[in-house]
Design a protein around this ligand. Structure first.
Ligand code: SAH
Ligand code: SF4
Length: 344
């Protein structure tokens, strides 16, 4: 989509300087605006009382300041809080604020909808609407920080969309977050369904971000039950691309595994997954399936525990996603999907 304006939250200091010059405002105004956004983590300049009305009005004419609004909030701050943002074209995306041991993690979206269309995921149920822009991603970050009242500790790109199919805008946002906003790349995780061309581009950045690969199966036959053919790559090739990423970033990667009853949760799956992860020096994160309206079911607790124990017995490092946010429409894309269903 072609946007009508620039996004204020992702403007560089140089861009703001040039804008001030063009509009005939003194140069120090650009520093003032830039610091307000980056030090105060502000999404707009309304609270910048020393900024003249004429500058504020001119900013609003030339920039989205901001482009989105909070449309709904679900959950609670001591569990998971989910924000639904309404974008300038009326589309909806989600941001989750996840507290854990005094730390706050933001889960951000990268696309509206998703073209991969995993059968268990609400985000991909109706395909891709469009990519998010860098400015929209930074707005997600700032809305998340505003709920916390401070800069978040971690960011995971595990909301709606396949970020590595939107590398141009995602990488610009990563650059902005680690540059002007001062986040450490070690505190940012990009999750992918195993889209290899995107993984290669991510590796070529040669930076210490984290990579999470949504494997969900130790073999291609099981994986094909969950992910449609069009954008699915073979397990062996995905692991090779992840190993290459590991070499170029100097970091271990995580394999995410959404556990679904009767599909990928057998003892045999667990043993093969554990051996694969051990061989590739990868960590495993088990995510018990959150019921969406699809045909799948979450395994019983004893089956989840048996799976985890079997993986651990192979020597692989395994953790289980802490179960939070059931009340906040826990699975990614569910809040947006709820809104869509109500409208239909
Ligand atoms: N597209 C990327 C990132 C967004 S999805 C990816 O697939 O990795 C983030 C994670 O949420 C993925 O591991 C995905 O498998 C998981 N997920 C999606 N829907 C889920 C559900 N209903 N229950 C449990 N995990 C889910
Ligand atoms: Fe897209 Fe990830 Fe959902 Fe698959 S799990 S449909 S890749 S958002």
């Amino acid at each position: 989509m072609a946007f009508e304006k620039e996004f204020l939250v992702s403007a560089s200091s140089k861009q703001l300087e040039e804008w001030c010059a063009k509009r005939g405002f003194p140069r120090f105004r650009s520093d003032q605006i830039f610091r307000h956004i980056h030090d105060k983590l502000a999404l707009n300049v309304e609270s910048l009382s020393s900024l003249p009305k004429a500058v504020k009005e001119a900013l609003a004419e030339d920039f989205y300041a901001p482009s989105s609004t909070i449309d709904a909030v679900a959950g609670s701050p001591d569990e998971v809080e989910k924000l639904r943002l309404a974008l300038c074209d009326g589309e909806m995306i989600e941001v989750a604020v996840i507290p854990m041991n005094e730390k706050r993690t933001l889960c951000l979206s990268t696309q509206i909808g998703c073209p991969v269309g995993c059968r268990f995921c609400a985000s991909g149920a109706n395909g891709l609407v469009r990519n998010l822009s860098c400015g929209e991603i930074i707005e997600e970050f700032l809305y998340g920080c505003s709920r916390i009242g401070a800069k978040c500790d971690n960011i995971v790109f595990m909301g709606i969309g396949e970020g590595l199919l939107n590398t141009k805008e995602l990488f610009a946002a990563l650059e902005k977050l680690t540059g002007d906003f001062g986040m450490s790349p070690r505190r940012i995780t990009v999750s992918t369904s195993g889209y290899i061309p995107g993984m290669e581009k991510f590796a070529s950045l040669k930076r210490e971000y984290n990579l999470a690969v949504s494997l969900h199966a130790p073999d291609d036959v099981t994986r094909a039950k969950l992910i449609p053919d069009a954008l699915r790559y073979p397990v062996g090739d995905i692991l090779e691309a992840a190993d290459n990423w590991s070499r170029s970033s100097g970091r271990q990667y995580t394999l995410e595994y959404t556990l679904i009853s009767g599909i990928n949760d057998s003892v045999d799956h667990a043993e093969r997954l554990g051996k694969l992860a051990y061989r590739h020096h990868a960590k495993i994160n088990l995510i018990p399936y959150n019921d969406t309206s699809s045909q799948f079911r979450r395994p019983a607790l004893r089956d989840i525990e048996r799976f985890e124990e079997t993986v651990a017995a192979t020597g692989a490092r395994v953790t289980r996603r802490v179960e939070k946010g059931k009340g906040a429409a826990a699975a990614c894309g569910q809040l947006r999907a709820e809104k869509r269903h109500k409208e239909q």
